[in-house]
Design a protein around this ligand. Structure first.
Ligand SMILES: Cc1cc2nc3c(=O)[nH]c(=O)nc-3n(C[C@H](O)[C@H](O)[C@H](O)COP(=O)(O)OP(=O)(O)OC[C@H]3O[C@@H](n4cnc5c(N)ncnc54)[C@H](O)[C@@H]3O)c2cc1C
Length: 203
């Protein structure tokens, strides 16, 4: 058993993302010729809750998390996902595990027994990986690629990264992705503040 940490990071976020958002929004006002003339324009869109233009730029993220956190993540239906398969990928040398902040020695022992049962089944028992995975614990690590438009990401951050009621693991890795977006485009720090202050609607 290999114990690892959950993590989230931006994989692809095109340099012209905000230009695309502004271009789309300017179409609404027939002011394409003014693209790039108002540095506050995108923040104005955010304060007006005019989120449609943010749907025209996309971000791809890499995530490593538990299978239980990935199950929560994929409830966000407007994002696109590709997730490591437990049918085609066989964990022949052991499983990666992400432990919760609190666990008992008994939990660790049971996870280890699950791993042993899985390995015995796939390596010596002739059981296909898609059947042997029945014994894998929720703590098993998984890798995903997630792509969505910036409005969908903001919605996800609202529900998972900036929501104190969200589960700690999903909160932490979505905060990492949110930070990655704002490090590239600092405008998002201000948008996040508005979300946290409850000023944002229709996300
Ligand atoms: C703290 C917390 C606890 C939760 N607990 C549970 C739980 O106990 N059990 C459980 O099943 N889920 C639970 N969830 C999941 C939650 O109910 C949502 O399914 C999940 O967060 C996806 O978000 P979303 O509904 O906004 O949809 P998304 O798929 O992210 O869609 C974004 C937005 O699009 C619109 N939309 C998308 N699809 C539809 C549709 N079919 N009809 C109408 N509008 C749509 C909505 O406005 C939605 O907000 C929990 C979530 C959180 C954050």
């Amino acid at each position: 058993m290999n114990i690892i940490e959950a993590k989230g990071s931006v994989h692809n976020l095109p340099d012209n993302s905000l230009e695309l958002v502004e271009y789309a929004a300017r179409r609404c006002y027939n002011s394409i010729d003014k693209v790039g003339t108002d540095p506050d324009f995108l923040m104005k869109l955010a304060t007006w809750n005019h989120w449609g233009p943010f749907e025209h730029a996309h971000m791809m993220a890499d995530i490593t998390c538990t299978r239980s956190a990935s199950h929560q993540l994929v409830r966000h239906r407007l994002m696109s996902y590709c997730q490591e398969s437990q049918r085609y990928v066989k964990y022949t040398t052991g499983i990666d595990i992400i432990l919760p902040p609190k666990y008992s020695p008994n939990m660790l022992q049971i996870i280890s027994s699950c791993e042993e049962a899985y390995m015995g089944a796939v390596n010596d028992g002739g059981v296909p990986a898609q059947d042997a995975r029945a014994v894998l614990p929720n703590a098993t690590a998984t890798n995903l690629v997630v792509t969505g438009n910036l409005r969908s990401w903001l919605h996800l951050f609202h529900m998972r990264a900036f929501n104190p009621k969200a589960q700690g693991e999903i909160r932490d890795f979505t905060v990492e992705i949110a930070n990655g977006l704002a490090e590239k485009f600092p405008l998002f720090w201000d948008i996040y503040e508005r979300i946290k202050e409850g000023k944002v609607k229709y996300l």
